[in-house]
Design a binder for this molecule. Sequence first.
Ligand code: HC0
Ligand code: SF4
Length: 560
Amino acid sequence: FMTINKKKVEFTDEKDVLSVIRKAGIDIPTFCYHSELSTHGACRLCVVEDDKGKVFASCSERPRDGMVIFTNTRRLQHHRKTIIELLLAAHNRECTTCMPNGICDLQVLSKRLGVEEVRFENYKDQLPLDTSSHSVVRDLNKCILCGDCVRMCTEVQGVGVLGFAQRGSKMMITTPFKKDLSETQCVGCGQCRVVCPTGAIVIKRDVNPVWDVLEDSNTKVVAQIAPAVRVAIGEYFGLEEGANSLGHLASALRFLGFDEVYDTDFGADLTVIEEAAELVERLKAGDNLPLFTSCCPAWVKFCENVYPQYRDHISTCRSPQQMFGAVLKEEARMKKDEDSRKTVVVSIMPCTAKKEEIHRPEHFTDGEQDVDFVLTTAEIAEMIKAAGIDLTNLTPEALDMPFGMASGAGAIFGATGGVTEAVLRYLTGSTKAEDIEAIHFTGISGREGIKEATVNLDGRDVRIAVVNGLINASKLIDDLEAGNVNYDFVEVMTCKNGCVNGGGQPAPEKPETKFNRQNGLYRFDSRAQIKTSGQNPVAADAYEGILKGKEHKLLHNEKI
Ligand code: HC0
Ligand code: SF4
């Protein structure tokens, strides 16, 4: 037991006093504490006072039996207010035009802690923004040095392009040799943005050019919605985590002026069919095994940067977004006599790295970019709100046909293990519920960063690994190099738990949020009429029609 504000509170295995306080229902403010990152102890907002008057940071103190603490004495209130004031003094306070206006932790805490004035002068010079990346924009004038981005980039992603430099009042977070982000090994995952408590790292917005094309009567604007968006966008509108909002979103997009609305799950079905064929071929030939998945662009970039010797192991398949983009543009080319408007493809994605993927020339078809814009979940929510649409009050609408048809296997792509599960469903060929369930329980689903399974396909044991969180990809490749492990197929998703936790999603309220979204995708799959990609009749038709003779050109990487 410990005593918090004169109340007895039981604790069990909590690693720090802060966790015990929060478990007891008191929301102590913090900037630099994330239960999934290492403890930094820099922001000092979580200070508490003990019965002897000692003040200490609760995030870096282990709970002890008999401890007596107070969390909100006048002294602590004064202390926290002063910290906020000092941060505000060194901060660009253009809140009204700042992207996280309204959800910025610094802004929210200033209000909550009753900060009425800033008694200190701003002593910092204004620094230029780094807009070089397609994925995120960095604004050091809004950085409060909590270090969350540094620890995320290093501890979870193993990329390590952000770090502290200089000391005292000159301290800043920077890249190696202060290079622009686009010139570093940044993979564009946007996870630094997810943990940034202010506007110091924000999503690179593509909202304005999309408004322009929506208004242009000479363009036909077609949307594709990624799997993970449907189970997260509702959080911006007060829906419960994991609730399926696909029908609501389709309706909202039509209100915004989109001409056709489709599901990236259709592209995922094509990916399953192509990637499964590639796996079978490589298994036969014994070439370039393990086959690494190619649908996560941040992983592809990471592999190219750090493990170029494995580049040929990555599947030649384009990602579902790119396959679908190529199909939509091909359809526009084939029907240009019927509709002279220019087709613009807009992807609605949970991911900031997808913004960069569309610019990679090897994904172009005949030199033309297939997907024109990527809007993250955050950006499309912004547009829906700007238009005065209340997502929750809309009547859910169906997607357009024919490409609005997809299997449940396509939807689970958005959760770690989902791509593998979808490929195995297709390769085993069974549509029986018990067989589909058995695949789920082979070991490919679950919360671990590296999962393993062995599955028998046509008499051959196929060794599989599923990885989420890039640092785990490094661990796996190091083990491969050392000869400790051996696989035939490896799925890698950059973000922990997969796209549901992508860099363009709402910042998760709590660690469970990503699991709630993941469960939402599996509920979506359980209600889907079609369970495997091979059963998708529109995909089958496409192979006989629009894709015939052009399978490689439209669905694979040009370079290879
Ligand atoms: Fe994903 Fe995808 S599943 S990467 O996480 O493969 O972003 O949601 O759209 O392309 O389908 C993201 C999500 C996609 C793609 C699909 C894959
Ligand atoms: Fe690191 Fe990802 Fe942020 Fe780039 S986008 S700095 S890789 S966390």
